[in-house]
Design a protein around this ligand. Structure first.
Ligand SMILES: NC(=O)c1ccc[n+]([C@@H]2O[C@H](COP(=O)([O-])OP(=O)(O)OC[C@H]3O[C@@H](n4cnc5c(N)ncnc54)[C@H](OP(=O)(O)O)[C@@H]3O)[C@@H](O)[C@H]2O)c1
Length: 266
């Protein structure tokens, strides 16, 4: 899985923004950010349509991720939802298909649907999102649960709870962590001490915050940016190696957890 992606939450909600959103995603691909993260929920299917327009004619360049609503995640429901997503995306396959969050459908049913999609070639891999340690333990105890390829969770400098036990478990089981809201939905960029460290390093705060995530093994980050200059800032994180001194400064401002912390879900 590519380490850096393009988020799409809040895209596809307003017709007047569509051209700008498509252009931002195409710019990201042009700059080499090849993962796109979307979901049937975003814009009620509208975000998948925006992605479909952005990747038209260049599907093979993209690592495409979408997510199924928990209420659609029965064995047959997950297959039908995936087919609707593929239609909106204008493609015949997803690289990764995630359960958006845990609902009432028994996990073994969702896994059966995901496995059927994998067998038919409609998804290359499947995974979950917003699964805390206990949910992962339950999933991994199922016969095919270990096929889970990724867990997409909130992870950024101000939200480091997963480092206590979820991230170590996922690393050990070779399950990728996809860090969502890596900029804390933009709020992190107004954090005085972070801005000061970025200024001293001569980089944008967003570049620094994303580079911090990319420096962690087994972690991918999926910032959302509809603004072209933001896409450039975020891409620059791929080329920014953080020195041990900068890492220490960031740890001092944003300490690692000292005990278990429940997963923070948006
Ligand atoms: N699985 C889940 O439950 C879940 C939950 C939340 C998010 N996600 C995924 O993760 C993606 C990212 O999370 P997010 O959208 O919540 O928040 P985010 O990526 O942390 O922040 C997005 C906000 O930051 C701004 N921004 C982006 N790059 C910037 C830069 N370089 N400088 C200044 N501002 C910048 C964006 O503005 P512009 O758009 O104007 O450029 C937007 O307002 C989502 O889009 C979605 O794909 C998944």
């Amino acid at each position: 899985m590519p380490a850096l992606g393009l988020g799409t939450w809040r895209m596809g909600e307003r017709t007047r923004d569509r051209a700008k959103e498509v252009a931002a995603l195409r710019l990201g691909l042009d700059l080499g950010i090849t993962l796109i993260d979307t979901a049937e929920m975003y814009g009620d299917g509208g975000a998948e349509e925006v992605v479909g327009e952005a990747i038209a004619g260049r599907r093979d360049e993209v690592f495409l991720v979408s997510k199924v609503y928990p209420h659609n995640a029965s064995r047959n429901g997950v297959i039908a939802a995936c087919e609707r997503s593929l239609e909106r995306l204008g493609t015949d396959r997803l690289d990764l298909y995630l359960l958006h969050w845990r609902g009432r459908v028994p996990l073994r049913e969702t896994v059966a649907g995901f496995e059927a999609l994998r067998d038919s070639g409609k998804v290359r891999d499947w995974g979950v999102s917003n699964f805390d340690r206990k949910d992962m333990d339950e999933l991994l105890a199922l016969p095919l649960g270990a096929h889970c390829a990724a867990n997409q969770v909130q992870y950024h400098l101000r939200c480091r709870g997963i480092e206590w036990d979820l991230l170590p478990l996922c690393r050990q089981r070779r399950i990728a962590i996809m860090a969502y809201s890596p900029l804390d939905e933009g709020r992190l960029l107004k954090h005085g001490p972070l801005v000061a460290i970025a200024e001293r390093e001569g980089v944008r705060p967003a570049t620094l915050a994303i580079a911090w995530l990319l420096a962690r093994s087994g972690v991918a980050a999926i910032p959302k940016a509809a603004n072209a200059s933001h896409v450039h800032d975020n891409k620059n994180a791929l080329d920014l190696a953080l020195s041990p001194e900068v890492m220490q400064k960031l740890d001092a401002v944003f300490p690692a957890p000292r005990g278990p912390v429940p997963l923070q879900v948006i």
